[in-house]
Write a new protein. Structure first.
Lengths: 151, 716
């Protein structure tokens, strides 16, 4: 049975290998923090990391991520030990409805991993595929700059 | 203002929707032991935790913090120990509405509940004080509450709320406790720590999408591609053998669903399911035919007149110069980031829903009616909403469908989730509306008269026909009627002729002001151009008798540096009052080779009182972004009866790289012009489109009279 490594733990997954990773995470592993928004890599709600890089889990299949280390929002940080992005998100009060924010934070964490002190242009380039209908973009930007100070 | 009176006392097993994580799937967990509930609004446990009930729904507008703050201000508890949870929708029925109205629309939560919430806090405080005073054998007026402690200064004695609550709860609830003057507030007006922030940052399962019950099955839905059409037949056998498929069911007259072990399986099967539809209701209907229909409405001599000053026909008849133009605002989708979703479980005894509803009682009543049950048998468990914007209030199609599906799998919880494609193509859209505006001027360019005719689909006709008055939907004239047409003009008239189609329309952030604010403010700039006067100064002149509007307008002009944009940039201004909150905005833009860049939005807002400044600013920012996305790109189109937009690739939304700088100045007038509180959920949106198109005119010479802007060629 294929093994999927998520947040440091291996899981045996009995699903067809064309199953999008999103549904394996949500429906099989019960990791509900990664959310469905569009099913077509158009909104970024479902963003997770595969080997440290941001990935749209609604279109990436189990075959696509075979052997990769998957990190979801549940593995990013906790209230006791928040990731710098999460600490900044709380300080800046980014979230409104919050539904897209798992994806926003995962995308931001991937950006900071690659570019520890991103410019506004770097943020535009990295974050423009993550939609937020509530309009939290100004605060997402401010929180990424703040998180960069924590790292 | 009515203060809902608690009739019975119950204890909640700390199912706080926050802090402790949301425990879904425990509908029976509210044990009724009469312990801890001081009043219906306030539960205090021996560890001093204060749980404050929230009757309205949180869809990102921060009321899980703002409404408890109103209670806590008077309660004098320790904010760090406050939690929030939803008041129970079913108990609100069976306990005779102790929590009052649960509707969450029209920016109503703070403005309509603030008085009884402050009273609720004051009542609980007085009960705690009375209990302490009785124990000490002193008078209540010699005691005071502060920081979750009742103290008696003369004797130096003190007791924690947690030690008093159980006994205090048995005391009578005092009536009409005097409330603090605004100048004495210590919590209201501060950006207190957000109660609901951490569960969102740590991705706790707080949304309806996250409901996960033992034995739960998943449903995916296929609605008739033409809204309002119907199912003729479907081939159940074609998908019955697909992996995970349990049931293939019809849902009402116009949809089918597959129930499966996982949503992915259900959705794959429903997409493969052969269905024959009757779509005749929409045959031949398109934006072009609707435009023709609405134009005919604009010319309807039987238009209902909503507001009239003097004789506009005579004023225009004597004019030396006339502007006579048509504006068109498109259908818009809500596109909440969380698509329509709901979980239901139906048994002979009760129906449970785990629902992202803006209106818990609306959901209850809808399900009671559709399922022919007593409302007391309906248990609506509210969750945090992954966006609302009006989609999840009066429009309860998603709740109805989830129950109609679950009723065919009795006793089994079924979580229904619409695909994004279903969500885009089966919305209750912001109405497409046309306005014809005519202004007449004398030879010197002085304004003689202003006539407005509006035609489009009525939200009331679509969702609440009982709101129509002799067939007229007055909301189609919002912003132009006596109560809210702010400009002092000598001759004016607004009339409406509604024209409905099979495309359902609904409440969208700002509702009718989202179109009419643009019509009015964009046309006012056309009037300013004819009069050869600065648009800001024209507004000042026509608002000269309205000091509150003037103060807001002036604050925005000062913030933006009106009249002095940086080289190469242009400004546009607009002001709209929404829900008793004045909002003025100035857009600063440039247009280069036809490419529009929005550099800055400066905004001043006066909601009279501000509970939480940071949340208020967030709401205004959100209204600006949503308004900007709509003005630039937002358009739902209809072809042969079907909605054409299916996902975010053909319904574009604003992206990070397009964000302007947003400056918001809060200028609350603190009761100087009246006691009514304003709401801030929507007022940030309507001024955006006119501020933007009013800036595009000086940049390009073009008057944009239809939206979205992306349909126009801005090259000079």
């Amino acid at each position: 049975m294929p093994v999927l490594k998520v947040n440091g733990s291996p899981h045996e997954i009995d699903l067809p290998d064309d199953t999008p990773l999103l549904w394996a995470l949500r429906d099989t592993l019960g990791l509900l923090g990664t959310r469905y928004g569009c099913g077509a890599a158009l909104c970024g709600c479902c963003t997770v990391h595969a080997d440290g890089k941001a990935l749209r889990s609604c279109v990436a299949t189990l075959a696509d991520v075979a052997g990769a280390e998957i990190l979801t929002i549940e593995g990013l940080g906790t209230a006791a030990t928040p990731h710098p992005v999460q600490a900044a998100w709380l300080e800046i009060d980014v979230a409104q409805c919050g539904y897209c924010q798992s994806g926003q934070m995962m995308q931001a964490a991937a950006l900071l991993r690659e570019i520890p002190k991103p410019s506004d242009a770097d943020i535009d380039a990295a974050m423009s595929g993550n939609l937020c209908r509530c309009g939290t973009y100004s605060r997402v930007r401010a929180a990424i700059h703040r998180a960069a100070e924590f790292i | 203002m009515n203060t809902p009176a608690p009739t019975r006392r119950q204890f909640l097993f700390g199912i706080s929707a926050v802090a402790g994580g949301l425990l879904v799937g425990l509908p029976e967990s509210r044990a009724q032991t009469g312990h801890g509930e001081v009043t219906a609004w306030v539960v205090i446990t021996p560890d001093d935790t204060v749980t404050i009930r929230v009757a309205r729904s949180d869809m990102g507008q921060g009321i899980f913090t703002a409404l408890p703050m109103l209670v806590a201000e008077e309660l004098e508890c320790d904010w760090a120990k406050v939690r929030a949870e939803y008041a129970d929708t079913n108990e609100n029925l069976t306990r005779d509405k102790p929590w009052g109205d649960m509707v969450t629309s029209t920016s109503i939560s703070v403005r309509a509940s603030q008085e009884y919430l402050r009273q609720a806090g004051a009542q609980a405080r007085e009960m705690l004080i009375a209990e302490a005073a009785a124990r000490w054998n002193v008078t209540p007026v010699s005691c005071r509450a502060r920081g979750g402690i009742v103290s008696h200064a003369a004797s130096g004695r003190a007791l924690r709320f947690g030690a008093l609550a159980a006994a205090a709860a048995r005391r009578p609830i005092p009536e009409n406790v005097p409330l603090k003057a605004p100048s004495d507030w210590r919590l209201i007006g501060t950006s207190a720590a957000r109660i609901e922030a951490a569960p969102k940052v740590f991705a706790e399962p707080i949304f309806a999408t996250d409901v996960d019950l033992p034995g739960m099955l998943h449903a995916a839905v296929k609605n008739c591609p033409t809204i309002g059409g119907s199912v003729v037949a479907f081939d159940h056998a074609a998908v019955a053998g697909l992996p995970g498929v349990r049931h293939v069911v019809q849902v009402g007259k116009d949809a089918v669903a597959v129930v499966a072990d996982s949503w992915r399986q259900a959705n794959a099967a429903v997409e493969a399911l052969p269905v024959t539809w009757d779509e005749s209701i929409g045959t031949g209907v398109s934006n072009a035919t609707l435009r023709t229909l609405f134009r005919e409405g604009l010319a309807d001599p039987a238009a209902a007149i909503g507001h009239r000053i003097d004789d506009v026909g005579a004023s225009l008849g004597g004019a030396a110069q006339i502007i006579d133009v048509e504006y068109e605002a498109p259908f818009l989708a809500h596109a909440t980031m969380e698509p329509q979703v709901c979980t239901a479980k139906v048994t002979a005894e009760r129906i449970d829903l785990w629902a992202p509803t803006q209106n818990g009682e609306g959901t209850t009543n809808t399900i009671a009616r559709v399922m022919q049950r007593d409302a007391a048998q309906i248990f609506v468990h509210k969750l945090q909403l992954g966006g609302g914007f009006g989609r999840r209030g009066l429009a309860q199609d998603w709740a109805r469908q989830s129950v109609q599906i679950a009723a065919q799998v009795p006793g089994v919880p079924v979580r229904m989730l619409w695909s994004r494609e279903e969500d885009f193509t089966h919305d209750y859209y912001r109405p497409m509306v046309l306005a014809r505006q005519t202004a007449g001027f004398d030879a010197q360019g002085r304004l003689l008269g202003w006539k407005v005719r509006i035609s489009g689909s009525s939200i009331a006709a679509s969702l609440a026909p009982f709101w129509l008055k002799e067939g007229v939907d007055n909301a189609l004239m919002d912003g132009f009627v006596e109560e809210d047409m702010p400009y002092a003009v000598a001759s004016f008239e607004v009339g409406v002729a509604r024209r409905d189609s099979h495309i359902p329309v609904g409440f969208w952030r700002g509702v009718n002001l989202s179109q009419n604010g643009w019509f009015r403010e964009a046309f006012l700039d056309e009037i300013a151009a004819m009069r050869k006067i600065d648009p800001y100064l024209l507004r000042r002149e026509l608002l000269s008798e309205n000091p509150r509007a003037l103060a807001t307008l002036d604050a925005a002009a000062k913030l933006a540096g009106w009249g002095k944009p940086p080289a190469g940039r242009h400004q546009g201004i607009a002001i709209v009052e929404g829900d008793n909150a004045w909002c003025a905005q100035i857009a600063e833009i440039s247009v280069t080779d036809g490419r529009l860049k929005v550099h800055r939005i400066s905004c001043a807002v006066d909601p009279n009182f501000v509970v939480h400044p940071d949340i208020t600013v967030q709401q205004i920012e959100g209204g600006i972004v949503q308004g900007l996305a709509a003005a630039l790109y937002g358009e739902v189109t209809v072809e042969d009866g079907r909605v054409q937009q299916t996902n975010f690739h053909n319904y574009r939304y604003l992206r990070m790289e397009e964000m302007p700088v947003i400056d918001v100045a809060l200028v609350p007038s603190l009761g100087r012009y009246g006691d009514r509180w304003g709401g801030v959920g929507e007022t940030g949106l309507p001024p955006l489109a006119p501020a933007l198109t009013n800036a595009i005119h000086p940049a390009t010479g073009k008057r944009l009279r239809s939206l979205p802007i992306s349909n126009h060629d801005l090259r000079v």
